[in-house]
Design a protein around this ligand. Structure first.
Ligand SMILES: *Cc1c(COP(=O)(O)O)cnc(C)c1O
Length: 349
């Protein structure tokens, strides 16, 4: 089979969730952010594993994602929709019992007109200027919403992966200014915010990337292993070139393995000639350009060429690959395409 294998360690995901949960006090509920199909790893498997482990609050971006998630979770799971209530969402929200994080007075009116009996949350803007109500808008809208009950009020930090950044304290102060004394359940912290400490935890935390083994949760357990099958090998003589554009020339007799996956599978083309794949502990350099469906790898130094080489694994995690590609672990994960066979190791305890 030429289909590459993406192995996802659900025990590691659960253990990362527990470790992040342990960072906050017993009164703080630790949610799980499973938007974009659990950052590409498969919400249909990740979310139930976290539910089993005790997670009851889940966040996705779109109502459609929430509707797809609902059958995988127990009745008592809350599914929050970060995009709020968009036109056309009412049916999904009502039928799948989703909780839109209302981002504007306009969304609030849309909700109250269409499905006033359905629960709501509110997202506030505390300085990121991406989603959420501004202070004046919130002040004007809050009374009407509070009459019906607000499940959760939240905001999002712009710089929480930089603990020293002054923006964190600024947003914390603004969030308090907008919500103190209202008796509402509150949420401010994603993975980075959890690590900023108890001032940022409030009632619910919302980790995403930390569950999946990425920075800034440095102690995270490794989650995703990507193994690519070798289709064929050949010996290339000094002076011969490999791949499109002849960007790599052999300086010695070189054994090249051609592997089955490429930029169509989320292996960024910018990684051409700069990353390595692993055979066990041995790094094998990627030679030449990344093609749509194929990679060419230098396996000269291996005694035997294995059936597969790993692009992601314990020796090279999402952040290492992201650094090489000039991006972030989030983008590496969410780029992993639909062609991989996703295999899961179930939690052990
Ligand atoms: C994506 C997202 C999260 C999760 O962030 P991580 O950095 O992955 O932990 C939390 N809250 C909001 C609003 C988000 O958009």
């Amino acid at each position: 089979m030429a289909q590459a294998n993406l192995h996802i360690d659900l025990d590691a995901v659960v253990s990362n969730w527990r470790a992040l949960d342990a960072q906050s006090g017993a009164a703080t509920r630790t949610a799980a952010v499973v938007k974009a199909d659990s950052y590409g790893l498969g919400a249909g498997r990740v979310a139930p594993a976290l539910y089993q482990a005790g997670a009851r609050d889940f966040f996705v971006a779109l109502a459609e994602e929430g509707a797809r998630l609902r059958p995988h979770l127990g009745e008592d799971a809350r599914i929050f929709i970060l995009g709020g209530h968009m036109a056309g969402d009412a049916g999904f929200l009502r039928d799948a019992r989703l909780i839109p994080m209302l981002n504007s007075a306009e969304q609030a009116q849309r909700h109250l007109q269409a499905i006033p009996e359905s629960p709501v949350g509110v997202q506030l803007d505390t300085g990121m200027n991406r989603l959420g109500m501004e202070a004046a808008e919130w002040q004007a809208t809050a009374p009407q919403l509070m009459e019906r009950g607000i499940e959760l009020v939240m905001s999002h930090l712009a710089c929480s992966d930089e603990p020293e950044h002054e923006m964190n304290a600024k947003q914390l102060a603004e969030f308090k200014r907008m919500t103190d004394g209202m008796g509402l359940n509150r949420s401010l912290a994603a993975t980075g915010g959890i690590l900023l400490g108890p001032d940022y935890h409030f009632d619910v935390t919302r980790p995403g990337i930390g569950l999946y083994g990425g920075r800034p949760f440095e102690e995270a357990r490794h989650v995703a292993t990507l193994s690519l099958p070798v289709i064929q090998t050949r010996v290339v003589q000094p002076g011969e070139t490999v791949g499109y554009g002849n960007t790599w020339t052999a300086e010695r007799e070189t054994k090249i393995a051609t592997l089955s996956a490429g930029y169509a599978d989320g292996i960024h083309r910018v990684l051409s000639n700069i990353t390595a794949l692993y055979a066990g502990d041995t790094a094998c350099p990627l030679r030449g350009r990344v093609s749509m469906d194929l990679l060419t790898v230098d396996v000269t130094d291996l005694d035997t060429v294995p059936d597969t080489l790993d692009l992601l694994g314990p020796h090279q995690g999402v952040d290492t690959l992201a650094d090489l590609a000039g991006t972030i672990g989030y983008e590496i994960l969410t780029s992993l395409g639909p062609r991989y066979a996703r295999n899961y190791a179930e939690p052990t305890g």
